[in-house]
Design a protein around this ligand. Structure first.
Ligand SMILES: [Zn+2]
Length: 268
């Protein structure tokens, strides 16, 4: 299997795998969405809230803030506290703010970390307060995964697609440019009196170009042995860290299968 990483730009990247079935890459995508552990705020203790947002609405908004860190924390289900919440499975963030003026916006950056977990993005609006209104609260963050609740899903976008194959029969192509105009992703262009594909991975296989071509010169298929994984991280982990974490999760599952098989051999 050949693997190539394309177009890493901050929170987004694309990985291309050649010589492997798409289901193999899809296993990594599904593991990232369902099994990779990241921190999120799970409980909020509101001491004071004189703003217009109900406590429940404020707590819901805080649960959706992407958090980084969490090193040293264990999942509550594996903690000796039995999941009740303790310093080994929870990290605390606090918020204490009083509006100095009307229409004062409170952002996620006002949350102060008291443990190993901190806010990944300081620019997320939490509430708008009028002068002298106050919010004082303590938020408890814990590790979780996407299969528990969407707030622990570490990606806002995770897509696997085949490599599109676009064939142009030049003996039929009259360079009408209708396919170029109709393509929603603008992946076709006419250069030096020839129709060319300029960005093959942007093709969504919509076949609008096939329908638009008056001479039937274009045919579209896909390579089932070449897949692309596109990720957009919401900030808890970088896309590269997400892939590595998913590989670790899958490796542990495979190891448990190997262990079970070796145990059954010894028993027989
Ligand atoms: Zn605990």
């Amino acid at each position: 299997m050949d693997v190539e990483v394309l177009g890493t730009t901050g929170s987004q990247f694309r990985l291309i795998a050649k010589g492997v079935d798409q289901s193999f890459i899809n296993a990594i995508r599904r593991t990232i969405m369902a099994d990779v552990l990241v921190p999120a705020i799970d409980r909020v203790f509101v001491a004071e809230n004189s703003g217009c947002l109900y406590d429940e609405v404020l707590a819901h908004r805080m649960g959706l803030i992407p958090l980084r860190g969490g090193e040293g924390l264990v999942h509550p289900s594996a903690c000796e506290c039995g999941g009740k919440g303790c310093s080994k499975c929870e990290a605390i963030l606090t918020l204490e703010v009083e509006a100095p003026e009307d229409n004062y916006a409170v952002y996620s950056g006002s949350l102060m970390a008291e443990g190993s977990v901190f806010v990944a993005n300081n620019e997320i609006p939490l509430a708008v307060l009028n002068k002298s209104q106050r919010i004082v609260l303590e938020a408890h963050a814990r590790l979780g995964s996407g299969k528990e609740h969407a707030k622990w899903q570490p990606v806002s976008g995770a897509v696997v697609k085949y490599l599109p194959i676009i064939k142009v029969d030049e003996s039929k192509c009259a360079l009408s440019a209708k396919c170029v105009d109709v393509c929603p992703k603008k992946i076709l262009a006419i250069e030096n009196k020839r129709l060319k594909v300029v960005s093959i991975w942007d093709c969504t296989l919509c076949k609008a170009c096939v329908d638009a071509c008056p001479s039937g010169a274009i045919s579209i298929s896909y390579d089932a042995k070449c897949a692309a994984l596109s990720l957009e991280s919401e900030g808890s982990l970088s896309p590269q860290e997400l892939v590595l974490a998913a590989c670790d999760v899958l490796t542990k599952k495979f190891e448990s299968i190997k262990l079970a098989l070796s145990d059954s051999k010894e028993a027989s």
